[in-house]
Design a protein around this ligand. Structure first.
Ligand SMILES: [Cu+2]
Length: 315
């Protein structure tokens, strides 16, 4: 059971799972065997040579050549073996296949943004099955860490520089993606899914995702999709409930106090400014934690404004 797939790790789904798990289980088995051996021999000796009345200790020998060679050579062989397989497995995970499909990853408090060569963007990772995928990652704020346990992949994502990692998954399916570096209040909600799709389905997805506004039935529908796809839903409810940010229900067209004094009405330009430069006007009573969406396309901003207007009218 301890050495079964899925006991220490979720079922593996990437091409490097085999080497990784094999080595982990090998080290675990050696540790378990030596643990048992040392405890057993230690206990036996404690009992056998315990102090008894009338028996005095013999002078102990200073040296036992055979024993010393045995306990040096066996562990050395094991360690060289572990080093060799550990290092080659690590090198394979660090050597990016030149033909890999690249996805740009931006981490920000507290969501992921995945960007594709055709300018498609999504808070979940979509990739084709059976193809090497290279993730090129950076952070907008603090250090995050991208982890996909089923792919045995984990890599720090650091502001001001790029880090990368790669995987190949041959089985279409949905896998969990976590942030595994504590990055503030909503760190535990910095979650995403990895959708591994057959190549044709992926091609279809990436084409549609590049133009959400163009592919939606209306500007309003596009606004609602973007509200979820750009992660607004995580901080802004549409029910009146206050999350990290103010609710969007009935807010368009109303006045609010700005921290530091002054008031502002939520109109088109205010929404635009909130997205492009969120810290320009911070709503009184809230933390200035909204990430910037300065890369957002104009038609997407317009769609979001349309959606906010509909929420104000209670449609
Ligand atoms: Cu994080």
């Amino acid at each position: 059971m301890f050495f079964a797939q899925g006991f220490w790790f979720p079922d593996g789904a990437s091409t490097n799972t085999g080497d990784h798990d094999w080595l982990f289980h090998f080290i675990l088995a050696i540790s378990a065997i030596f643990f048992a051996l040392i405890i057993a021999v230690g206990t036996a000796f404690v009992l056998k040579y315990r102090r008894r009345p009338g028996v005095s200790a013999e002078k102990s020998p200073t040296h036992n050549g055979t024993l010393e060679i045995v306990w040096s050579v066996i562990p050395s062989i094991l360690i060289v073996f572990i080093f060799y397989y550990g290092f080659t497995t690590y090198l394979a995970s660090r050597t990016m296949p030149p033909e890999a499909f690249e996805v740009q990853v931006t981490a920000k408090k507290w969501s992921w943004e995945f960007n594709y060569p055709n300018s498609a963007q999504d808070p979940d990772l979509y990739v084709p099955a059976g193809k090497a995928i290279r993730l090129v990652m950076t952070s907008e704020d603090v250090i995050h860490s991208l982890s996909i346990p089923a792919f045995r992949l984990k890599q720090d994502v650091v502001p001001g520089r790029y880090t990368d990692s790669w995987f190949q998954c041959d089985e279409p399916g949905t896998y969990n993606l976590f942030c595994t570096e504590y990055c503030g209040t909503l760190h535990s909600k910095m979650l995403a899914k990895v959708h591994v799709l057959p190549q044709a389905e992926f091609d279809d997805w990436v084409e549609k995702a590049a133009d959400i506004v163009g592919n939606a039935p209306s500007l309003l529908a596009a606004g609602e999709i973007l509200y979820h796809k750009r992660g607004c839903a995580q901080c802004h409810s549409i029910t009146g409930e206050t999350l990290t940010g103010p609710s969007f229900l009935g807010s368009f067209g109303t006045e609010r106090a700005i921290s530091g004094g002054g008031r502002v009405t939520m109109d088109e330009n205010y929404v635009r400014e909130s997205l492009v430069n969120p810290q320009a006007k911070v709503v009184a009573g809230f933390q200035p934690v909204m990430p910037t969406f300065k890369g957002m396309k104009d038609d997407e901003i317009t769609a979001i404004i349309t959606y906010l207007k509909s929420l104000a009218k209670g449609e």
